[in-house]
Design a protein around this ligand. Sequence first.
Ligand SMILES: [Zn+2]
Length: 397
Amino acid sequence: MNGPTPRHLLHYVTRRLRLRRYLQDPGDGRPQPQIPPQGLLWALLVGQILRQSSFHAVEALVRSAARRRLSIPAPFSDDALGYFTERLDPGPTRQALLSLLRGAKRNKAFDDCRWIGLAIDGTGAGWRTHQGCSLCRPRRNAQKQILGYQHSFVMISVVGTGLSLPCDGEPYGPGDSEYAAGQRLLRRVIGSVGKRFAQYVVVDGAFATAPFLHTAGELGLRVVARLKDNLPELLAAAQQRFPSGPPATVFQQGPDRVEIWDAEDFDPWEALHWETVRVFFYRQHKPDGTVVEAYWLTNFASSTAGPRSLFRMAKSRWEIENQGFNEAKSRHGLEHICHHHANSLLIGWLLTILSLTIERLYRLRYLRRGTHPIRSSAELFLILWVNLFRPCSADSS
Ligand SMILES: [Zn+2]
C-alpha cells in the first residue's frame, strides 16, 4: 500500500528526506548498546507523530501488536529511552533538521515569496518542584522563596513562506538568557544553511537588544522586532510621532483594514550601532470593531521593503507561536518531562521539532502531489492510527 502508514512514513524519511544515515548513526553515546539506536530513535519520532510523546506511551506502542507495522525490530522499556537520550549527542539531530531545510529550499517547497524569514522565540517547557538537572531555572515568589524550577529553550522556525518549519532549539539554564541563547541559535543555523537562505529575522521585544541585533546584522539578516517598553526612549519617541497625521499606507488584509505609519529617521539607543532606526506602527481594524495596534522597529531601508511587506513580516512572528509552540505543547507534550536530565530534555525538544517538520513536509508537500487534497494534521494522525491496527490482508499464496 502506498498510502500514509507508519512504514510508508519511514520510507519517506529515509529515502526522500535522506535521513537513513542519521537514523542509523544519530550520535549514540551508549558504551555497549544492546538495542540498535535506529529502533529507539524511530520509536521516539514516530511516537511524536502519533502524539504519544511520553516514554511510557512509546513503550506501550512498541510492546503492542502494532510494533511490526511501526518498523521497530524489538520491544524495549521506557528506561532504555531514558538511558539512550541521556547519552545521545544533539549535534546529528540538529544537522538532520538543517539538512531538511536546505532540501526544502532546493526542492522549492516554499511558496514563491520574496522574503524568507526566521522567527526566534523562547518558551518554558517543563516544570518541576525539585531541582534535578543543570537546566533547572528557579522561580521565586516576592519573598524570594523558590516556588519550583522551569526549563526553558529558544526555538527558531522558517516563517513567511507558506510552510512553517521549526528547525532548531537552544536551551538556556540559570544565569543564561533568552537573547543570548537566541544569538547562539542564529549563529549555528546561519552557519549551516548559509547567509543567503533567509533575508530577515523576526522577534519579540525581549530580543530587541543591541547584542542580538548586531549578531543578526553580522549574519546578513535584517531584523523586524517588536518595540516595547524595554526600550523606553525609542518607544516614547515613536508614540510621540505615531499615530498622527495620515498613515503612510492603508490596505485590506482579508476582511481587515490596516493602517501603517512609518519613518526611518529615529535615533538608535546608545548601545546600538545603527545609523538610524526605522519604526513602524500599525492599526488593524477587524470587522467586529476590535483594533490591534503595535510598534515595531527594523533596519530594512524603505527602498527595500515597503510598509506592507513589513506588516507581513511582523505578522509572520505568530507562526512560531501558533504552529511552533502551541502545536508542540497541545499535541506533542512539549511541556511533559519524560526523563529529568538536561540532555534528555534537549533531545526531547529537538525530536519534537524534527517530528513537526517531518510531518509538515510529508503532509503538505509530499502527500499533496498530483491531485491529492491537503490533509489536515488531525486527519493524517487518524489515518496513521487506523492503518497501524488494520488487520493484515490474507496471504493468497
Ligand atoms: Zn531540571
